[in-house]
Design a protein around this ligand. Structure first.
Ligand SMILES: Cc1cc2nc3c(=O)[nH]c(=O)nc-3n(C[C@H](O)[C@H](O)[C@H](O)COP(=O)(O)O)c2cc1C
Length: 363
Protein backbone atom coordinates (compact mmCIF):
# COMPACT_ATOMS: atom_id res chain seq x y z
CA UNK A 1 0.00 0.00 0.00
CA UNK A 2 1.99 3.01 -1.25
CA UNK A 3 1.74 6.30 0.56
CA UNK A 4 3.76 8.67 -1.62
CA UNK A 5 5.17 11.97 -0.32
CA UNK A 6 4.84 10.99 3.31
CA UNK A 7 7.76 11.55 5.63
CA UNK A 8 8.23 8.55 7.90
CA UNK A 9 7.58 9.81 11.42
CA UNK A 10 8.13 8.22 14.81
CA UNK A 11 6.42 9.37 18.00
CA UNK A 12 8.40 9.28 21.24
CA UNK A 13 5.67 9.23 23.86
CA UNK A 14 6.76 9.82 27.43
CA UNK A 15 5.84 10.50 31.00
CA UNK A 16 8.43 11.90 33.39
CA UNK A 17 8.54 13.48 36.81
CA UNK A 18 12.25 13.98 37.47
CA UNK A 19 13.60 14.21 33.92
CA UNK A 20 15.47 10.94 33.41
CA UNK A 21 12.89 9.68 30.91
CA UNK A 22 13.07 13.00 29.06
CA UNK A 23 16.84 12.65 28.78
CA UNK A 24 16.50 9.15 27.36
CA UNK A 25 13.80 10.38 24.95
CA UNK A 26 16.20 12.98 23.55
CA UNK A 27 18.77 10.28 22.79
CA UNK A 28 16.16 7.94 21.30
CA UNK A 29 15.15 10.88 19.03
CA UNK A 30 18.77 11.43 17.99
CA UNK A 31 18.97 7.75 17.00
CA UNK A 32 15.72 7.98 15.02
CA UNK A 33 16.92 11.05 13.14
CA UNK A 34 20.28 9.46 12.41
CA UNK A 35 18.24 7.16 10.16
CA UNK A 36 16.67 10.21 8.43
CA UNK A 37 13.31 9.49 10.03
CA UNK A 38 11.40 12.30 11.71
CA UNK A 39 11.10 12.12 15.51
CA UNK A 40 8.35 13.88 17.48
CA UNK A 41 8.54 13.90 21.29
CA UNK A 42 5.23 14.23 23.15
CA UNK A 43 4.11 13.53 26.70
CA UNK A 44 0.97 11.91 28.07
CA UNK A 45 -1.46 14.05 30.09
CA UNK A 46 -1.02 13.79 33.84
CA UNK A 47 -3.60 12.58 36.36
CA UNK A 48 -2.44 15.09 38.96
CA UNK A 49 -3.05 18.59 37.54
CA UNK A 50 0.08 20.04 39.17
CA UNK A 51 2.29 17.60 37.23
CA UNK A 52 1.06 19.25 34.02
CA UNK A 53 3.52 22.06 34.83
CA UNK A 54 6.45 19.66 34.33
CA UNK A 55 8.31 19.81 30.99
CA UNK A 56 5.89 22.40 29.64
CA UNK A 57 7.85 22.73 26.42
CA UNK A 58 6.87 19.17 25.42
CA UNK A 59 3.47 19.00 23.69
CA UNK A 60 0.76 16.73 25.09
CA UNK A 61 -0.37 13.76 22.99
CA UNK A 62 -3.92 12.55 22.47
CA UNK A 63 -4.75 8.85 22.25
CA UNK A 64 -6.39 9.29 18.84
CA UNK A 65 -3.21 10.50 17.20
CA UNK A 66 -1.20 7.33 17.90
CA UNK A 67 -2.22 5.45 14.72
CA UNK A 68 -0.95 8.41 12.68
CA UNK A 69 2.69 7.49 13.30
CA UNK A 70 4.90 4.91 11.61
CA UNK A 71 6.41 3.80 14.92
CA UNK A 72 6.17 4.66 18.60
CA UNK A 73 8.81 4.62 21.35
CA UNK A 74 7.16 4.54 24.77
CA UNK A 75 9.14 5.98 27.71
CA UNK A 76 8.08 5.90 31.35
CA UNK A 77 9.49 6.00 34.86
CA UNK A 78 9.53 2.61 36.60
CA UNK A 79 7.00 2.72 39.42
CA UNK A 80 7.05 -0.41 41.56
CA UNK A 81 8.10 -2.59 38.65
CA UNK A 82 5.52 -1.16 36.25
CA UNK A 83 4.93 1.80 33.95
CA UNK A 84 3.76 4.98 35.71
CA UNK A 85 0.08 5.50 36.47
CA UNK A 86 -0.03 8.47 34.05
CA UNK A 87 1.19 6.30 31.18
CA UNK A 88 -1.16 3.46 32.13
CA UNK A 89 -4.14 5.81 32.39
CA UNK A 90 -3.38 7.18 28.93
CA UNK A 91 -3.00 3.77 27.28
CA UNK A 92 -6.19 2.52 28.93
CA UNK A 93 -8.06 5.00 26.74
CA UNK A 94 -7.04 2.94 23.70
CA UNK A 95 -10.21 0.85 23.42
CA UNK A 96 -11.32 2.33 20.09
CA UNK A 97 -7.82 1.83 18.64
CA UNK A 98 -7.92 -1.78 19.86
CA UNK A 99 -11.35 -2.39 18.28
CA UNK A 100 -10.24 -0.81 14.98
CA UNK A 101 -6.83 -2.57 15.16
CA UNK A 102 -5.36 0.69 13.99
CA UNK A 103 -2.04 0.13 15.79
CA UNK A 104 -1.71 -3.46 14.51
CA UNK A 105 1.70 -3.97 12.97
CA UNK A 106 3.04 -0.57 14.04
CA UNK A 107 6.60 -0.94 15.39
CA UNK A 108 6.91 -0.13 19.09
CA UNK A 109 9.77 -0.03 21.54
CA UNK A 110 9.97 0.71 25.27
CA UNK A 111 12.53 2.58 27.37
CA UNK A 112 12.31 3.32 31.08
CA UNK A 113 13.96 5.26 33.90
CA UNK A 114 14.42 3.79 37.36
CA UNK A 115 15.95 4.93 40.63
CA UNK A 116 17.48 1.70 41.96
CA UNK A 117 16.84 -0.09 38.68
CA UNK A 118 14.99 -2.83 40.58
CA UNK A 119 12.31 -4.51 38.50
CA UNK A 120 13.39 -2.75 35.31
CA UNK A 121 13.28 -5.77 33.01
CA UNK A 122 9.90 -6.93 34.31
CA UNK A 123 8.63 -3.35 34.00
CA UNK A 124 9.40 -3.40 30.27
CA UNK A 125 7.88 -6.86 29.91
CA UNK A 126 4.68 -5.80 31.65
CA UNK A 127 4.59 -2.70 29.40
CA UNK A 128 4.75 -5.08 26.43
CA UNK A 129 1.44 -6.70 27.52
CA UNK A 130 -0.34 -3.51 26.58
CA UNK A 131 1.46 -3.15 23.25
CA UNK A 132 0.90 -6.81 22.36
CA UNK A 133 -2.82 -6.34 23.07
CA UNK A 134 -2.78 -3.58 20.46
CA UNK A 135 -1.01 -5.92 18.01
CA UNK A 136 2.08 -3.73 17.79
CA UNK A 137 5.35 -5.12 16.43
CA UNK A 138 7.91 -5.04 19.24
CA UNK A 139 11.40 -3.74 18.51
CA UNK A 140 13.88 -5.09 21.05
CA UNK A 141 17.48 -4.19 21.80
CA UNK A 142 18.81 -7.76 22.03
CA UNK A 143 22.59 -7.56 22.10
CA UNK A 144 22.95 -4.13 20.50
CA UNK A 145 23.47 -2.65 23.95
CA UNK A 146 26.59 -4.66 24.71
CA UNK A 147 27.92 -3.95 21.23
CA UNK A 148 27.19 -0.22 21.46
CA UNK A 149 28.67 0.11 24.93
CA UNK A 150 31.84 -1.83 24.13
CA UNK A 151 33.89 -2.47 27.24
CA UNK A 152 32.20 0.28 29.27
CA UNK A 153 29.87 -0.34 32.18
CA UNK A 154 26.51 -1.29 30.75
CA UNK A 155 24.35 0.53 33.31
CA UNK A 156 20.68 0.25 32.34
CA UNK A 157 21.18 -2.12 29.41
CA UNK A 158 18.56 -4.88 28.94
CA UNK A 159 17.74 -7.02 25.90
CA UNK A 160 14.20 -5.59 25.91
CA UNK A 161 15.00 -1.87 25.79
CA UNK A 162 17.26 0.70 27.43
CA UNK A 163 16.68 1.83 30.98
CA UNK A 164 18.62 4.38 32.97
CA UNK A 165 19.44 3.89 36.62
CA UNK A 166 19.27 7.31 38.18
CA UNK A 167 20.23 6.35 41.73
CA UNK A 168 18.72 7.78 44.88
CA UNK A 169 18.89 11.39 43.71
CA UNK A 170 17.64 12.21 40.22
CA UNK A 171 20.88 12.69 38.33
CA UNK A 172 21.55 15.17 35.59
CA UNK A 173 23.14 13.00 32.98
CA UNK A 174 22.90 9.58 31.42
CA UNK A 175 25.99 7.41 31.33
CA UNK A 176 27.83 7.33 28.02
CA UNK A 177 26.77 3.73 27.51
CA UNK A 178 23.11 4.57 28.16
CA UNK A 179 23.31 7.36 25.56
CA UNK A 180 24.81 5.06 22.94
CA UNK A 181 22.33 2.25 23.59
CA UNK A 182 19.35 4.62 23.53
CA UNK A 183 20.51 5.98 20.16
CA UNK A 184 20.88 2.47 18.77
CA UNK A 185 17.39 1.62 20.02
CA UNK A 186 15.97 4.74 18.34
CA UNK A 187 17.75 3.86 15.11
CA UNK A 188 16.39 0.28 15.22
CA UNK A 189 12.85 1.60 15.67
CA UNK A 190 13.31 4.07 12.80
CA UNK A 191 14.49 1.33 10.45
CA UNK A 192 11.49 -0.84 11.36
CA UNK A 193 9.13 2.13 10.96
CA UNK A 194 10.50 2.94 7.52
CA UNK A 195 10.43 -0.67 6.38
CA UNK A 196 6.90 -1.36 7.59
CA UNK A 197 5.21 1.97 6.96
CA UNK A 198 3.78 0.99 3.58
CA UNK A 199 2.89 -2.56 4.66
CA UNK A 200 0.40 -1.90 7.43
CA UNK A 201 -3.09 -3.18 6.69
CA UNK A 202 -4.57 -0.07 8.31
CA UNK A 203 -2.06 2.35 6.87
CA UNK A 204 -4.68 4.15 4.82
CA UNK A 205 -6.37 5.35 7.96
CA UNK A 206 -3.29 7.12 9.19
CA UNK A 207 -1.29 10.17 8.31
CA UNK A 208 2.37 10.18 9.29
CA UNK A 209 2.80 13.84 10.05
CA UNK A 210 0.20 14.61 12.71
CA UNK A 211 -2.43 17.18 11.84
CA UNK A 212 -1.40 20.58 13.18
CA UNK A 213 -3.31 21.72 16.24
CA UNK A 214 -6.38 23.85 15.50
CA UNK A 215 -5.79 27.59 15.45
CA UNK A 216 -6.43 29.13 18.83
CA UNK A 217 -6.07 32.64 20.19
CA UNK A 218 -2.37 33.32 20.57
CA UNK A 219 -1.26 35.14 23.69
CA UNK A 220 1.79 36.66 21.95
CA UNK A 221 3.24 38.11 25.14
CA UNK A 222 3.15 34.65 26.81
CA UNK A 223 5.28 33.00 24.10
CA UNK A 224 8.51 34.19 25.70
CA UNK A 225 9.79 35.49 22.36
CA UNK A 226 13.19 37.22 22.42
CA UNK A 227 13.58 40.94 21.80
CA UNK A 228 13.50 41.39 18.02
CA UNK A 229 17.05 41.95 16.68
CA UNK A 230 17.49 45.42 15.16
CA UNK A 231 18.77 45.89 11.59
CA UNK A 232 22.48 46.78 11.37
CA UNK A 233 22.47 48.30 7.88
CA UNK A 234 20.36 50.11 5.37
CA UNK A 235 17.46 47.65 5.41
CA UNK A 236 14.42 46.75 7.51
CA UNK A 237 13.89 43.79 9.85
CA UNK A 238 10.52 43.21 8.15
CA UNK A 239 8.97 44.51 4.96
CA UNK A 240 5.26 44.26 4.24
CA UNK A 241 4.16 44.22 0.60
CA UNK A 242 0.41 43.82 0.21
CA UNK A 243 -0.58 41.03 2.58
CA UNK A 244 2.87 39.45 2.63
CA UNK A 245 5.59 40.10 5.21
CA UNK A 246 9.23 39.21 4.40
CA UNK A 247 11.75 38.57 7.21
CA UNK A 248 15.35 37.25 7.38
CA UNK A 249 17.11 36.33 10.62
CA UNK A 250 20.19 34.55 11.95
CA UNK A 251 20.73 32.82 15.33
CA UNK A 252 21.27 35.94 17.44
CA UNK A 253 20.59 35.54 21.15
CA UNK A 254 21.15 38.44 23.57
CA UNK A 255 23.34 40.21 21.02
CA UNK A 256 25.58 37.19 20.33
CA UNK A 257 25.28 34.32 17.87
CA UNK A 258 24.09 31.09 19.51
CA UNK A 259 26.31 28.09 18.56
CA UNK A 260 28.32 29.78 15.78
CA UNK A 261 30.31 27.83 13.21
CA UNK A 262 30.09 25.00 10.73
CA UNK A 263 27.48 22.31 11.43
CA UNK A 264 29.05 18.89 11.77
CA UNK A 265 32.44 20.47 12.56
CA UNK A 266 32.15 23.21 15.23
CA UNK A 267 28.43 22.70 15.88
CA UNK A 268 26.65 19.42 16.68
CA UNK A 269 23.28 18.53 15.13
CA UNK A 270 21.57 19.17 18.47
CA UNK A 271 23.22 22.60 18.76
CA UNK A 272 22.26 23.36 15.16
CA UNK A 273 18.63 22.57 16.00
CA UNK A 274 18.80 24.91 19.01
CA UNK A 275 20.26 27.65 16.81
CA UNK A 276 17.53 27.02 14.23
CA UNK A 277 14.76 27.28 16.82
CA UNK A 278 16.36 30.47 18.17
CA UNK A 279 16.43 31.89 14.64
CA UNK A 280 12.75 31.04 14.16
CA UNK A 281 11.95 32.72 17.49
CA UNK A 282 13.76 35.82 16.22
CA UNK A 283 11.68 35.69 13.03
CA UNK A 284 8.44 35.52 15.04
CA UNK A 285 9.64 38.32 17.34
CA UNK A 286 10.23 40.56 14.31
CA UNK A 287 6.85 39.51 12.89
CA UNK A 288 5.10 40.29 16.17
CA UNK A 289 6.67 43.78 16.16
CA UNK A 290 5.48 44.29 12.58
CA UNK A 291 1.94 43.31 13.65
CA UNK A 292 1.75 45.58 16.71
CA UNK A 293 2.47 42.64 19.03
CA UNK A 294 -0.43 40.49 17.81
CA UNK A 295 0.40 37.22 16.04
CA UNK A 296 -3.34 36.53 15.68
CA UNK A 297 -3.08 38.72 12.58
CA UNK A 298 -1.06 36.01 10.81
CA UNK A 299 -3.19 34.28 8.14
CA UNK A 300 -0.52 31.71 7.49
CA UNK A 301 3.17 31.01 7.27
CA UNK A 302 3.74 30.83 3.50
CA UNK A 303 7.37 29.75 3.11
CA UNK A 304 10.52 29.17 5.15
CA UNK A 305 13.96 28.85 3.61
CA UNK A 306 16.68 27.51 5.90
CA UNK A 307 20.29 28.22 4.95
CA UNK A 308 22.89 26.28 6.94
CA UNK A 309 26.62 26.76 7.38
CA UNK A 310 27.75 23.30 6.30
CA UNK A 311 30.72 21.43 4.88
CA UNK A 312 30.31 19.80 1.47
CA UNK A 313 28.65 16.40 1.72
CA UNK A 314 26.37 17.48 4.59
CA UNK A 315 22.89 16.02 4.04
CA UNK A 316 20.95 16.57 7.28
CA UNK A 317 19.45 19.98 6.39
CA UNK A 318 15.86 18.72 6.71
CA UNK A 319 16.40 17.29 10.20
CA UNK A 320 17.85 20.56 11.44
CA UNK A 321 15.16 22.66 9.75
CA UNK A 322 12.43 20.63 11.47
CA UNK A 323 13.27 22.59 14.63
CA UNK A 324 11.97 25.74 12.91
CA UNK A 325 9.02 24.09 11.18
CA UNK A 326 7.83 22.35 14.35
CA UNK A 327 8.10 25.57 16.35
CA UNK A 328 6.13 27.68 13.90
CA UNK A 329 3.35 25.03 13.78
CA UNK A 330 3.35 24.85 17.59
CA UNK A 331 2.81 28.62 17.79
CA UNK A 332 0.49 29.20 14.82
CA UNK A 333 -1.46 25.92 14.87
CA UNK A 334 -3.04 25.14 11.49
CA UNK A 335 -1.81 28.50 10.13
CA UNK A 336 1.75 27.19 10.62
CA UNK A 337 2.36 24.57 7.87
CA UNK A 338 4.39 26.13 5.06
CA UNK A 339 6.32 25.45 1.89
CA UNK A 340 9.98 24.92 2.70
CA UNK A 341 13.41 24.96 1.16
CA UNK A 342 16.82 24.22 2.69
CA UNK A 343 20.35 24.64 1.41
CA UNK A 344 23.95 24.71 2.59
CA UNK A 345 26.33 27.66 2.39
CA UNK A 346 30.09 27.96 2.87
CA UNK A 347 29.66 30.88 5.28
CA UNK A 348 26.91 32.96 6.87
CA UNK A 349 26.84 36.42 8.52
CA UNK A 350 28.65 36.60 11.92
CA UNK A 351 29.54 32.92 11.47
CA UNK A 352 25.95 31.96 12.34
CA UNK A 353 25.20 28.28 11.71
CA UNK A 354 21.79 29.15 10.29
CA UNK A 355 19.82 31.84 8.51
CA UNK A 356 16.07 31.68 7.93
CA UNK A 357 14.18 33.58 5.26
CA UNK A 358 10.46 33.69 6.01
CA UNK A 359 7.32 34.85 4.23
CA UNK A 360 3.98 35.25 6.05
CA UNK A 361 0.52 36.24 4.87
CA UNK A 362 -1.08 38.66 7.34
CA UNK A 363 -4.14 40.84 7.77
C1 LIG B 1 5.91 5.43 43.34
C2 LIG B 1 7.30 5.18 42.85
C3 LIG B 1 7.73 3.89 42.66
C4 LIG B 1 9.01 3.65 42.17
N1 LIG B 1 9.40 2.36 41.94
C5 LIG B 1 10.60 2.12 41.40
C6 LIG B 1 10.99 0.78 41.08
O1 LIG B 1 10.26 -0.17 41.27
N2 LIG B 1 12.22 0.60 40.54
C7 LIG B 1 13.07 1.63 40.30
O2 LIG B 1 14.16 1.42 39.79
N3 LIG B 1 12.73 2.91 40.59
C8 LIG B 1 11.51 3.18 41.12
N4 LIG B 1 11.15 4.47 41.40
C9 LIG B 1 12.08 5.58 41.09
C10 LIG B 1 11.79 6.23 39.72
O3 LIG B 1 11.65 5.26 38.74
C11 LIG B 1 12.94 7.19 39.37
O4 LIG B 1 12.81 8.35 40.17
C12 LIG B 1 13.01 7.58 37.91
O5 LIG B 1 14.11 8.42 37.68
C13 LIG B 1 11.79 8.31 37.46
O6 LIG B 1 11.91 8.71 36.11
P1 LIG B 1 11.80 10.26 35.73
O7 LIG B 1 13.10 10.90 36.19
O8 LIG B 1 11.63 10.33 34.27
O9 LIG B 1 10.63 10.80 36.47
C14 LIG B 1 9.88 4.73 41.91
C15 LIG B 1 9.44 6.04 42.13
C16 LIG B 1 8.17 6.27 42.59
C17 LIG B 1 7.71 7.69 42.79
Amino acid sequence: MERPNRETTVLILINSKNGSTVRLATEIAAGVEKEHVRAVIKKVPTIDAKDAELFKEIPVATIDELPGYDGIAFGSPIHFGNMSADMRHFLDQGIKIWVDQSLAGVPATVFMAGGSGLGRESAILSFWNNLASQGMTLVTTGNIGAAAAGARALNGNTPFGITTIAGREPKNTLSEAEVDIAREQGAALARAARALSSERPHAKKSASVPAPPKRRTIDTSALGLPKAPKPVGNYRAAVRSGNLVFINQIALKDGKVLHPGVIGKDVSLEQAKEATKQTMQNVLAVLADALDGDLNRVERCVQLTGIFNTPSGFAEHAQVMNAASDYVVEVLGDAGPHARGTLGAASLPLNSAVEIQAIFEVR
